[in-house]
Design a protein around this ligand. Structure first.
Ligand SMILES: NC(=O)c1ccc[n+]([C@@H]2O[C@H](COP(=O)([O-])OP(=O)(O)OC[C@H]3O[C@@H](n4cnc5c(N)ncnc54)[C@H](OP(=O)(O)O)[C@@H]3O)[C@@H](O)[C@H]2O)c1
Length: 361
């Protein structure tokens, strides 16, 4: 039996005994330890106040042992079954390649362990629905690593819109372009699900949904070249106009054939927010508020202070807290957000193939 997570009653007792909450740490097991997990997630968990990695898994035991040694993780396994049978593992982080997410999440759910799965939750919406259903049936929580929610720029845009500073939402533009790494599974859509739409698209689409607080009603898209599951060819670039449920149009673009560039524009009836480098981690984000004042000076442009944040630490602390304390309402994306994101991505591919608008219903 897995180590049970504390109930809310236990949490109250801890608090009354005056034990610092930070003394309580959730034990994570990690399935798949590629570049991203080694460089970002393991250090983020180590720096967190309420989480630790007690075991990790890689396909070759020697690789798993070497990674565990470097990261100070006590146990290393070569199979997911061994990791999931580890009694100390209370929650599972899935960092495998996209084709591995479905089997990893289903196995974690069957073992009764809650999951934080890297984006995209699945390679398509059907896979995501299966994961959500399995986690619901097992009574375990499912979170998705749409880490942009922890960025100050994204949070600022969401707040300014919700508080009415920007006025009515009239439209948005979100883009993310980055040269794809070659020679890896990312360039084979049979294991990646697609090109930049699957790799960068979840960040773009979650930013649209999270900032606007709305879902997408229709999609009109162009994907170049078309994805081809017979040859594994991925698209290089996808552009789409999304119509939000509230009516505003949103232009999104994901590209794997140009140098790093990413940003948003949020257009309101009173003001616009224009942000650069708001989705990547490598550069300092810049966000300006452009107030529409009317004639004779139509725009007053003011830079907003945007702080860099340790988004992966914030994400793991948020999810760990939600699992340790049922009263905590996490910011992290859920399985339902993962499904919504892949429904939109599926619709983008379908719209491009059919050369017509696709309604999400
Ligand atoms: N949130 C973010 O900002 C962010 C950034 C980058 C990546 N990611 C996500 O993190 C996940 C992993 O990406 P990555 O950049 O770490 O990729 P990567 O370095 O290529 O690692 C791939 C992972 O998948 C495992 N894997 C299992 N079967 C595989 C196969 N047949 N071929 C290749 N790998 C296989 C690898 O196992 P071994 O450990 O045994 O090698 C490794 O753990 C993806 O879901 C990606 O979208 C998220």
């Amino acid at each position: 039996m897995p180590t049970p997570l504390p109930s809310s009653r236990q949490r109250v007792r801890f608090a009354q005994e005056g034990r610092p909450m930070s003394a309580e740490k959730l034990n994570w097991g990690v399935l798949g330890c590629g570049n991203f997990t080694r460089r970002r997630i393991l250090p983020a968990v180590a720096a967190s106040g309420n989480a630790r990695v007690v075991a990790l898994q890689r396909r070759r035991l020697e690789d798993a042992q070497a990674t565990a040694r470097e990261a100070g993780v006590p146990r290393a396994y070569a199979t997911r079954e061994e990791l999931l049978a580890d009694q100390d593992v209370q929650a599972v982080f899935v960092g495998s390649h996209h084709a591995g997410h479905l089997a990893d999440v289903l196995a974690a759910a069957a073992a009764g362990k809650p999951v934080l799965c890297e984006k995209p939750l699945g390679m398509n919406a059907d896979e995501c629905r299966r994961m959500v259903a399995a986690c619901e049936a097992a009574g375990v929580k499912l979170f998705v690593g749409h880490c942009g929610r922890y960025k100050h720029a994204i949070e600022t845009a969401r707040q300014q819109l919700a508080e009415g500073t920007l006025g009515e939402l009239r439209g948005m533009r979100v883009c993310y372009g980055n040269k794809a790494k070659t020679g890896v599974w990312r360039r084979d859509c049979r294991v990646s699900g697609g090109g930049p739409l699957l790799d960068l698209g979840p960040h773009v689409i979650d930013a649209v949904r999270y900032i606007s607080g709305q879902d997408v009603a229709t999609v009109m898209a162009t994907v170049d070249p078309q994805r081809d599951f017979r040859t594994g060819q991925c698209e290089d670039r996808a552009r789409a106009i999304l119509r939000l449920t509230g009516g505003a149009p949103v232009s999104v673009e994901c590209s794997a054939i140009e140098p790093l560039r990413n940003g948003f524009e949020v257009h309101g009836s009173k003001a616009h927010l224009v942000g650069h480098y708001v989705l990547s981690n490598m550069e300092s984000p810049v966000v300006r508020m452009e107030r529409l004042t009317g004639d004779p000076d139509p725009i007053v442009s003011t830079p907003l202070p945007i702080e860099p944040r340790e988004i992966y630490r914030l994400q793991i602390e948020d999810v760990s807290r939600a699992l340790l304390d049922p009263r905590h309402s996490p910011r992290c994306a859920t399985g339902a957000d993962g499904v919504a994101t892949l429904r939109i991505i599926d619709a983008i591919y379908a719209s491009s193939e059919l050369s017509k608008a696709v309604a999400l219903g």
